[in-house]
Design a protein around this ligand. Structure first.
Ligand code: SF4
Length: 220
């Protein structure tokens, strides 16, 4: 058993916050732990809670498509979330997703930190603003700062992109809701991770690339 497997086993029994009470699964993360690229979302939703796998609902299917459009799949990257259990409110026996509270994010942070330190990726791609606020800086603006490289304690650099759930909400007959930006950010993050893998000559700090994007985001 690897250290990451042992961490997963321990995490599956975690009761450090109230999200443990009604969860079906702890969604620890999956993929290739040797990958130079880790994607980190905010937290599991209903389908993820039922299956125990990250990004497997409609948003996850869009993420898979964006990976495939870059010639990638889930065996080539690692995917996880900042919070490992589904955050939701219950009314009349029905659950509605909600963002995790600051206390829940803080309670789960040690799992994420240990997970990222064991994987030690070259690049972290934060999927959505909450993940970027957690891993890059508290006042991260997805509108202004998406697509830029930032220093990160758990990788050579971190970059943030749009959450596929946001893209699905924005998509219309005449716009892609930002899907092309998601594809581009994944491609850039993967290319930077590969450069960093190839050694000192190729591994110039990706933050030097100066490729900051100022996209027009529908609805933001
Ligand atoms: Fe533990 Fe994180 Fe689940 Fe809370 S969300 S119970 S801290 S694994």
């Amino acid at each position: 058993m690897t250290e990451l497997d042992a961490l997963r086993e321990a995490c599956l029994g975690c009761t450090a916050c109230g999200l443990s009470v009604r969860r079906n699964s702890v969604v620890f993360g999956e993929g290739n732990p040797a990958s130079p690229l880790v994607l980190v979302g905010e937290g599991p939703g209903e389908t993820e809670d039922l299956t125990g796998r990250p990004f497997v609902g409609k948003a996850g299917q869009l993420l898979d498509r964006a990976l495939a459009d870059n010639g990638l799949d889930r065996t080539m990257v690692y995917i996880c979330n900042t919070v490992k259990c589904r955050a939701c409110d219950w009314n009349d026996g029905r659950a509605r997703n909600r963002p995790p509270t600051e206390a829940e994010v803080a309670a789960c942070r040690p799992w994420l930190e240990r997970q990222l330190r064991l994987i030690a990726p070259k690049i972290i791609l934060c999927v959505g603003a909450p993940s970027a606020k957690n891993l890059i800086k508290k006042d991260f603006s997805i509108t202004r700062e998406r697509g830029r490289y930032f220093p990160c304690a758990f990788a050579r650099a971190a970059i943030a992109t749009l959450h596929p759930a946001y893209i699905l909400r924005q998509q219309g007959a005449d716009n892609d809701g930002g899907y092309s930006l998601l594809v581009r950010d994944i491609g850039r993050a993967w290319a930077a991770a590969q450069r960093l893998l190839q050694g000192p000559e190729a591994s110039k700090d990706p933050r030097d690339a100066g490729e900051a994007c100022q996209p027009t985001l529908p609805g933001v």
